[in-house]
Design a protein around this ligand. Structure first.
Ligand code: HEC
Length: 104
């Protein structure tokens, strides 16, 4: 029984590490065509987003850009919705974007 509990804790820990590293992978898969980490591309850089937005604003835009762009001050929406991302993936992407705050 003890051994089983210990392995459970190890697996949980590994899971948390995997999720933390996932943001970059998801970004390369879904966002790289339009966003760069530190340079302006078709969309704003993740660094500039991290400097002016909080997690809730970022998540709202990823989940539903069509209904969120106005709240961020944009006149048009050119970003596709990523409705099939699950909550964990959304969180990983948001953390990844926010990790560029104050990066030079
Ligand atoms: C087809 C191009 C395109 C893709 C792909 C794309 N975006 Fe965007 N994104 C944009 C554009 C253009 C904007 C500016 C606002 C708008 O068009 O709605 C934007 C805006 C944003 C914003 C808000 C910017 C701000 O001012 O705060 C966030 C956050 C964001 N994108 C995250 C992502 C993430 C994360 C992904 C990948 C899952 C992604 N985008 C994929 C084009 C794209």
């Amino acid at each position: 029984m003890r051994v089983v509990e210990r392995w459970g804790a190890v697996l949980l820990l590994l899971g948390a590490v995997a999720v933390a590293g996932n943001g970059e992978k998801l970004f390369k898969e879904y966002c790289w065509g339009c966003h760069h980490q530190t340079a302006e591309a078709f969309g704003p850089s993740f660094r500039s987003i991290a400097d002016k937005r909080d997690a809730a604003q970022i998540m709202a835009q990823i989940a539903d850009p069509e209904h969120n762009y106005k709240a961020l001050g944009y006149r048009r929406n050119s970003m596709p919705a990523f409705a099939d991302l699950n909550a964990t993936q959304l969180q990983a992407l948001t953390d990844y974007i926010l990790s560029f705050k104050d990066k030079k």
